[in-house]
Design a protein around this ligand. Structure first.
Ligand code: C2O
Ligand code: CU
Length: 528
């Protein structure tokens, strides 16, 4: 690892040349409190194991096992054998995670959506070698909301998350608690993941390298083999779509619910797939929260788009439906832009995600969520140092790599436009216009910035993509805090980003994990 680090550093160019390790935040880890501190203290191990994901054989998985060392009983809820344990913390607490890597390869843990010091963020340069231990520790400063954690090693994030290295991290705070939203069994997190299995229920994940023709139909190209001629490496670079949908590590389970209000936390934990989520009977979805917590007020949407790593929380009162009624959450058809077939499941049609089994004869009618949810000031682009000149980040596709402004990921490299000043705000514009793309292929990208929450300012779509865009537009929930934003084909999305508290080197990338692993990831450097 150290040898690699040095090699990469020598090869780095541009703005990085002349910067010392200290400025990169590498040699200067944030001060750590000695020993356990007040808050939640857990042990996590990344291990190999087996899980029962669908009828038939168990599946070999990689997963997190957890143990609560300090905290209340509900601070750590055991996972289901595939997803890791759910960690619950209150804003203001310290979270300390003693991590051991029992896998045969390096890994890191990234606390997705959390504002943490750079050496606690799970950057691939902080990989934990097999058999090694690392202690993650930081104060939890984020708003109440639905966050998650997952593996993040260089070039292997897609593989490791696919095999199970992900879990939920739920934060609560006083503002949220004062609302008395549905709790207990009526507060349900649903992690959506698409996977492929072979006949013996083994995961099928395309290996790297060109010419893996056997992988056709397992990557983006669809099981009908459309696009044959491309090797497994190429198919994987496009992204991996699964034909089976897992919800909390189970294939199409039905969830028994009572006819009363629920808070559903929907998490897209898929590698590449975006969902267009809607109730099967066409009723609107009532959205309470986005990635970074509660909206100012709930919003009704005919459907909600959820790109990889995005979260929404919805309010649903199942009393609205008769006890005998059938209700399901579906993903609706939409055109993801790249018209090479085989993109949706199955084969472009709408598909069910989760069926609800409406138990008990509760009172008819439906309770509405609280009118006001949160204090959420409108974003103020004027506070950005570059308010009228957004920095442009062009999402580009090369022959075998993805990139930003034509550059792929380098472990320690940040260009001048990727260098920002601590304590400032900037406007960034992600452009998804198919620059450098082969055959004019343009795909959605789910852009994630580490270490912070941002606000979406505006979206613009080019006329060529406007018709396809109309089928997703009403489902883009942009009004709250976000750490991941779906950038559709032909779109320019402007976001307001603030860099606070922690100097250092962080990453931003597409959360379609095979895009990330194929270079659609870069560092940004926060200079003190
Ligand atoms: Cu959830 Cu860098 O990712
Ligand atoms: Cu992407």
């Amino acid at each position: 690892m150290d040898k690699n680090r040095r090699r990469v550093l020598l090869h780095s160019t541009g703005a990085l040349a002349g910067l010392g390790f200290a400025q990169l935040g590498i040699a200067a880890p944030a001060a750590k409190a000695a020993g356990p501190t007040a808050g939640v203290h857990v042990e996590l191990r990344a291990v190999r194991g087996r899980a029962s994901l669908r009828p038939g054989n168990t599946t070999a998985v990689w997963r997190y096992e957890g143990k609560l060392l300090q905290g209340e009983a509900e601070s750590l809820q055991a996972g289901d054998g595939y997803l890791g344990p759910t960690i619950r913390v209150r804003r203001g607490q310290r979270l300390r995670v003693e991590f051991t890597n029992d896998l045969p390869e390096p890994t890191t843990i990234h606390w997705h959506g959390l504002h943490v010091p750079d050496d606690m963020d799970g950057h691939p340069r902080h990989a934990v070698a097999p058999g090694q231990r690392f202690v993650y520790e930081f104060p939890v400063v984020n708003r109440a909301g639905t966050y998650w954690y997952h593996a993040h090693p260089h070039g292997r994030t897609g593989f490791q998350v696919y095999h199970g290295l992900a879990g939920l991290l739920l934060i609560s705070d006083d503002e949220e608690q004062a609302l008395s939203l549905p709790g207990g069994a009526q507060d349900v997190a649903l992690v959506l993941q698409d996977r492929n299995f072979d006949r013996d229920n083994r995961f099928v994940y395309p290996s790297g390298g060109m010419g893996g023709g056997g992988m056709m139909g397992r990557g983006m190209m669809g099981r009908d083999g459309t696009g044959s001629g491309m090797g497994g490496g190429m198919a994987r670079m496009m992204g991996v779509l699964g034909e089976k949908i897992l919800v909390n590590g189970r294939q199409l389970p039905s969830l028994g619910v009572e006819r009363r209000p629920y808070r559903l936390r929907l998490v897209n934990g898929s590698n590449t797939r975006s969902y267009k989520l809607a109730w099967s009977d066409g009723s609107p979805l009532t959205v309470l929260a986005t990635d970074g917590g509660l909206l100012a007020a709930s919003q009704e949407r005919p459907y909600v788009m959820l790109g990889p790593a995005e979260r929404v929380e919805v309010w649903v009162d199942f009393a609205r439906w008769p006890a005998s009624g059938e209700l399901a959450l579906h993903s609706l058809e939409f055109d993801p832009g790249m018209s090479m077939g085989g993109l949706a499941l199955p084969d472009g049609a709408r598909f069910p995600v989760l069926a609800f089994d409406l138990r008990s004869a509760g009172a008819a009618g439906a309770v509405q969520p609280p009118r006001q949810l949160s204090q959420l000031p409108a974003p103020q682009p004027g506070m950005a140092v570059n308010a009228d000149r957004p920095k442009v980040f062009d999402l580009t596709m090369g022959m075998m790599t993805w990139g930003v402004n034509g550059r792929s990921f380098e472990m320690l490299e940040a260009s001048s436009e990727e260098t920002v000043k601590l304590g400032t705000h900037e406007v960034w514009e992600f452009r998804n216009e198919g620059r450098g793309a082969m055959m004019g292929m343009v795909m959605p990208h789910s852009m994630h910035i580490h270490g912070l929450q941002f606000r979406v300012l505006e979206r613009e779509v080019s006329s060529r993509f406007a018709p396809a865009y109309r089928a997703v537009q009403a489902g883009l929930v942009d009004d709250g805090w976000k750490d991941t934003v779906l950038v559709m084909p032909g779109e320019r999305v402007r976001v307001l980003v603030g860099f606070h508290d922690y100097p250092g080197l962080f990453i931003y990338h597409c959360h379609m994990l095979e895009h990330e692993d194929s270079g659609l990831m870069r560092n940004y450097l926060v200079k003190a």
